[in-house]
Design a protein around this ligand. Structure first.
Ligand code: 6MZ
Length: 357
């Protein structure tokens, strides 16, 4: 990886729309948490170390790793800590608008409800100190201090439904999202192991969410299940993630519906849902001018960053700096926020282009 090109990718303002909180935790934090739980005898540290350090894993192994990460990040104070760190890490990457997604978790044994999990997330956001964060759709809530000249970053949340969940649990997540709209929750994501669960289980909650005006993004086509992919496109979500295993007919449907695609290059290669970068569907979608946005997915789990994803796209697909900048800027069109935020972000990009030239 060329250092100068990577630094340029860091300096470009960026929009991150597909990042899972627990997939974006720093390795150093995971080790620290594992050491504490190892000392308490809850886990065996060396087992955890082996799993965390492994960098090629199949999709199946990735979901086993998430189960382990969830053991390490269980309690409220850890959820607060990782939220603060993840937001600050994206800010350091020059991400000016972040949609962070996470699965609200209920854990009766430690008195955690989906709501208290999200309250812990919000506390982490309010604790961010490296940038000023605007997180309320009404523009009322920021952690800005008077007269601050620090960088500003927008953060919004998507609540994820895990494919292991029941219809009732999915509905609870949607109701929570509605309750937390003033706190920056803008939509719902469907994620989790793609070979688990059925579309029909989640559909009632997703329909309700859409009717209530929440934005919807779906993990779609991470595995080749054409029937499900078709049903998902027919649902007309506001965006989809991945789109790795589409047949010709579903490609046609997706393109005519113009649904924006969140592209996660490193994730797709590492999990082998795409066998090699040169046949990645980015190329076809980009050439067809289909709406797309580069994203990290799980920057911790896949040891990547948004700048690295841009750098990878540039080196793999031969895109120059002008194209890369345009790619970063056009992502503003696909964010789940109002026109005021979009106008402000466009101004940020205009300023940046002057400095970069
Ligand atoms: C599908 C994924 C994913 O929600 O606990 N997640 N779901 N495909 C992927 N591709 C690799 N990467 C992450 O973050 C972790 C959760 O995000 C989903 C999984 O449900 C995982 O448990 P949170 O913060």
């Amino acid at each position: 990886m060329n250092r100068e090109e990577l630094e340029w990718c860091v300096s470009v303002p960026k929009v991150e729309l597909h990042a899972h909180l627990n997939g974006s935790v720093r390795n150093s934090t995971l080790f620290e948490l594992a050491r504490v739980l190892g000392d308490k005898g809850v886990i065996v540290f060396s087992d955890v170390e082996n799993v965390i350090m492994k960098d090629d894993r199949t999709l199946h192994e990735v979901f086993k790793l998430f189960d382990l990460i969830h053991i390490l990040t269980t309690d409220h104070s850890t959820v607060t800590r990782i939220t603060k760190e993840v937001i600050e890490d994206f800010a350091a990457e020059n991400v000016v608008y972040l949609e962070l997604r996470t699965t609200p978790k209920r854990n009766d044994s430690i008195g955690m409800s989906k709501r208290s999990y999200m309250d812990a997330v919000m506390e982490g956001l309010r604790a961010v100190s490296s940038v000023d964060v605007d997180y309320s759709p009404a523009g009322l809530k920021t952690n800005t201090f008077n007269g601050s000249t620090r960088k500003k970053m927008y953060v919004r949340f998507l609540l994820s439904i895990d494919r292991r969940e029941s219809t009732e649990a999915a509905m609870e997540t949607v109701k929570l999202a509605l309750e937390m709209r003033d706190l920056g929750v803008v939509g719902i994501d469907l994620s989790g192991n793609p070979i688990v669960g059925n579309w029909s289980t989640f559909l009632p909650a997703l329909k309700f969410a859409k009717e209530q005006g929440l934005y919807i993004t779906l993990h779609c086509g991470e595995v080749p299940n054409q029937e499900e992919i078709k049903a998902m496109i027919d649902f007309l979500p506001h965006r989809i993630g991945h789109a790795c295993c589409f047949d010709e007919e579903n490609w046609r449907k997706l393109k005519s519906a113009k649904i924006p695609v969140e592209i996660c290059l490193t994730s797709n290669i590492r999990t082998e849902t795409i066998s090699s970068i040169d046949i990645h569907h980015f190329v076809d979608l980009y050439k067809a001018k289909h709406p797309l946005v580069l994203c990290t997915d799980d920057s911790g789990v896949f040891s990547t960053s948004l700048s690295r994803e841009y750098n990878l796209a540039s080196s793999s697909f031969g895109l120059g700096k002008t194209e890369m900048f345009q790619l970063a800027e056009i992502a503003i069109d696909f964010i789940f926020a109002d026109d005021g935020v979009k106008t402000d972000l466009r101004a940020t990009f205009e300023e940046a282009v002057k400095k970069l030239n």
